[in-house]
Design a protein around this ligand. Structure first.
Ligand SMILES: [Fe+2]
Length: 408
């Protein structure tokens, strides 16, 4: 048994001695696309449509340009007064049509142009990837079968990229191509359409997905704002270093070790950044105080978990993280805060997160303590567990996990 003299109390807010460990974190044409009235019929694109497109192009002052490689064309339907894009305000959505067959592309471009979208074209998968990063389309209409990089590869690439993952992808497949549809779902496709296009169906799906994308972006921006706040809080404390980043990595690894679901692992990782976001509501006089907190100050400090919960509560995507934020200072024997939960009353992810939070605090150097070795830290945590502070079984798993990591 490693003997470690430590007054560590199982809380990253409490301190061994000296200064307070301030772990601060941390809208188509006046609804033209959906003119479902009697003048519109569910019509499949035919040669008549293409002729219609030609005349429409003249009427609407459309234009198109081709780049040096011949694989980028930009078509844009300038709206007549009666064709203002509805529900998307003045921001005309951009749709990228990817197909190696020019005739197929023209069909889609004609229909989307008539609906008032700005349309960009690419004749290959690689040209599409390039255009996506350059033009940031609001939706991609993607052919499955293309030489070299096929539609599946393109979709997978875009959905794995943080910058492009929110762009909806509609796969163009043959009517009964079940295998392609299944593969499409696996690589992240948002919807499927079959050729020949049904005009109303195309318009409805594109409109719906573009709207959804914009809602997702708004949400994404709100999430990013919270993460920025958390990072700003962390940066106020030069002593904790990259505590949040380490917690994110450790949370992912331990979550995978425990066989947690993808969403649980994501929540654990987000918890790494957001668990102490409520410290933004704690006065500096308490948060940054050097020396022991008075009982009153300690009560103020403990409020950070409730403040953090309140900050994140309006966002549905934060539902899984909130238990971590609120309960990461509970103890197995009921002596923690804010609710004095006991045993399995404590949300599992909060228990898991607490393990990595304490371990990281122990193995990091702070002004008031040295960095304990991994073995020392585990020994301290086992002592705490024997005092009743942590879940015995989880502690056992965590020790095994750390030893596995250290021996790999
Ligand atoms: Fe905390």
């Amino acid at each position: 048994m490693v003997q470690s003299k430590c007054n560590y109390t199982g809380s990253t807010e409490e301190k061994v001695s000296g200064s307070n460990p301030t772990t601060l974190y941390n809208s188509v044409c006046k609804n033209h696309a959906l003119r479902t009235q009697s003048e519109r019929h569910s019509e499949q694109l035919s040669n008549n449509d293409l002729k219609l497109k030609e005349s429409y192009n003249k009427d609407c002052n459309n234009y198109a340009s081709v780049n040096d490689n011949g694989d980028l064309l930009v078509s844009r339907s300038l709206q007549g007064k009666e064709k203002s894009l509805n529900n998307f305000e003045n921001d005309v959505p951009k749709v990228l049509v990817v197909d190696d067959h020019p005739a197929s592309r023209m069909t889609a471009v004609a229909l989307l142009g008539m609906e008032g979208y700005e349309v960009i074209e690419a004749e290959s998968g690689s040209a599409a990837v390039h255009l996506v990063s350059e033009k940031q389309p609001d939706l991609i209409l993607l052919d499955v079968m293309m030489p070299e990089m096929d539609g599946f590869e393109v979709c997978q690439l875009l959905k794995q990229d943080e910058q492009t993952r929110l762009i909806p992808v509609i796969f163009i497949t043959a009517l009964n191509d079940r295998r392609s549809r299944i593969h499409g779902i696996e690589v992240g496709a948002d919807d499927f359409l079959s050729k020949p296009f049904d005009r109303l169906e195309l318009a409805a799906r594109v409109k719906s997905l573009v709207r959804q994308k914009r809602l997702n972006e708004d949400l994404d921006h709100a999430e990013r704002a919270l993460f920025s706040i958390a990072r700003a809080i962390e940066s106020r404390d030069p002593n904790t270093g990259d505590h949040c980043e380490r917690l994110v990595k450790l949370g992912k690894a331990f979550g995978e070790y425990l066989g947690l679901s993808r969403n649980q692992i994501r929540d654990l990782m987000w918890g790494g950044y957001l668990h102490d976001i409520g410290k933004i509501g704690i006065p500096d006089s308490v948060l940054l105080k050097r020396g022991k907190l008075s009982p009153q100050e300690w009560e103020v400090m403990k409020r950070h978990v409730l403040i953090g919960e309140k900050i994140c509560q309006p966002l549905r995507s934060m539902r899984g993280v909130i238990p971590i934020i609120r309960s990461h200072h509970e103890r197995w024997d009921g002596s923690g805060y804010p609710d004095g939960l006991k045993g399995d009353q404590i949300p599992l992810l909060a228990q898991v997160f607490q393990m990595i939070d304490i371990y990281d605090a122990l193995t990091s150097e702070r002004p008031y303590k040295k960095a304990f070795t991994s073995t020392e830290a585990l020994s301290i945590m086992i002592d705490e567990t024997n005092k009743g502070w942590h879940n015995q079984e989880l502690m056992h798993q965590f020790a095994k996990f750390i030893n596995t990591v250290n021996n790999s």
